[in-house]
Design a protein around this ligand. Sequence first.
Ligand code: MLT
Length: 323
Amino acid sequence: MPYTVLVPDNLNQAGLDLLNAADDLTVNAPGLMSRAETLAAIPQADALIVRSSTKADAELLAKAENLKVIVRAGVGVDNIDLEECTRRGIVVMNAPDGNTISTAEHAFGLMLALARHIPQADRSLREGRWDRKKYTGTELHGKVLGIIGFGRVGRALAQRAQAFGMTEIAYDPFVPEDIAHHLGLSLVPTVDALLAQADFITLHALVTDETREMINAENIAKMKDGVRIVNAARGKLINQADLAEALKSGKVGGAALDVYDTEPPSDDNPLLGLPNVICTPHLGASTYEAQAAVGVQAAQQVLDALFKNRYGNVKNKAVLETL
Ligand code: MLT
């Protein structure tokens, strides 16, 4: 009997082509499915490929009688209940390689936009003003860039910032010093050391019990006055109310955000109305190149898992002992 792959989110065509070319595989991928449609289709699925729209939570997993694998076409698996998957013997994988450059480029673009007020100046000109003095910016050259989280994206960003003559420091307790040295920068031993030195801070960490809301009033107080903050990782790294207060007081000079604690952000999000905030709707990985790459990687990982029992980038490793 052929396996069935359910794809309830929009997956890039290159990934779908790979699935459709496989023998003994039925591909159910009608485009973005509603929650009700996904719940109705999940009992038949042997594999599920999601981006961020589909929530693979306890309710969905309870109906997933045949499900063997879930692949997240992208990095973050915060929309998947890993514990419940492990309990049910479902392997969860991500496809982390394809969107590194796109996310690093977007974070870098946000940093430039922040330094030079580009979105605000664009709006002002379109509204009929010619505000050259008001939008005086700052150079990136010579500034200290603090990178929190030195994984794939943090490192790709570091390489780009070097070309702009920034001095870089990074904090990541899981990365060996020689990796940073190899890239020509130093790891600082504590997050406090980074907060005290950085003119720009960019977040590239996962959300864990240690990092959740790490940008909060207490840590903001340790930063330089006028520091600028970029977040293209996850919204829950920031305490939004605390950051809003610091932006209003000028302690934080500006923030550029691609991610929010709820997405889309709620109407009463305290950050969106502030003049020194730049925001984009979680576009880090939204390039043709990244979506093709993660789509193909996700599809290949499903094929490897179903037909070869080969599992890469597993996010709930304990499940492998139960297979
Ligand atoms: C990721 O986790 O891969 C990125 O945040 C992009 C996305 O959610 O699609």
